[in-house]
Design a protein around this ligand. Structure first.
Ligand code: ADP
Ligand code: AMP
Length: 214
């Protein structure tokens, strides 16, 4: 099962992707997590990506595409994967399609988690992230057991630099300009499915599994 999660920043792509990965035993591949791990480890890629991420801009396609194509070619992706945060531009989608076609593979579903802009800012200001293991929490909707501490690995939780309200608005603009056209792209490819991301997390997940289990 090869899946793509689409949706605005903060729509719940990562939340749902983790649940899908667990239920169907496939890897969850988040390009945002990959960049954040590179930033934490001080790699060249991390240094380059950070300058864009902190401004709420997309990292250039050439820094993202090869990385993802290489990752989905790894043995643990043979039975499928769930891509979270990639593709984010039409050239990224085309590059993924071409790479998959070359090995006789294709994406099964692009799942659009639909949340209007007015809900996004509050979602993002309440998000807390663990930069060590990639776990995500929300102060109101998914609080950690102990305030400010990751349930999974004990690391201190942070408000991501790019989740501050001034950057969130910029990321939303970038989403509408560069990523939303993918809705059309995958509609034409007849693999787009849309779920209402304003529902609570379990209801959204149920809607997704109903589609995947059909
Ligand atoms: P994305 O990966 O699309 O940027 P996340 O999965 O990190 O979004 O979710 C953004 C924030 O909203 C997180 O703090 C998460 O806990 C919370 N969240 C996710 N889904 C829901 C939901 N259905 N209802 C309320 N809060 C949610
Ligand atoms: P995310 O964790 O998915 O919200 O991503 C955080 C940030 O990482 C984005 O705002 C971008 O700056 C960068 N990023 C993640 N994935 C991509 C991608 N596919 N293309 C370009 N930039 C990306």
């Amino acid at each position: 099962m090869r899946l793509i999660m689409l949706g605005a920043p903060g729509a719940g792509k990562g939340t749902q992707a983790k649940k899908i990965a667990e239920k169907y035993s496939i890897p969850h591949i988040s390009t945002g997590d990959i960049f954040r791990a590179n930033i934490k480890n001080g790699t060249e890629l991390g240094k380059k990506a950070k300058t864009y991420m902190d401004q709420g801009l997309l990292v250039p396609d050439e820094l993202v595409c090869d990385l993802v194509v290489d990752r989905v070619g790894q043995p643990d992706c043979e039975k499928g994967y769930v891509l979270d945060g990639f593709p984010r531009t039409i050239p990224q989608a085309e590059s993924l399609d071409a790479a998959l076609k070359a090995v006789g593979s294709k994406i099964d579903y692009a799942i659009d988690v639909d949340v209007p802009d007015e809900n996004i800012i509050s979602r993002m200001s309440g998000r807390r992230a663990c930069l060590k293991c990639g776990a995500t929490y929300h102060l109101k909707y998914a609080a950690p057991k102990k305030e400010g501490v990751c349930d999974t690995c004990g690391e201190a939780l942070v408000l991501r630099e790019d989740d501050k309200p001034e950057t969130v608005q910029k990321r939303l603009n970038v989403y509408h300009e560069q990523t939303q056209p993918l809705i059309d792209y995958y509609t034409k490819a007849e693999i787009l499915v849309t779920v209402d991301g304003t529902k609570d997390m379990e209801e959204v997940f149920q809607a997704i599994t109903e589609i995947l289990d059909k």
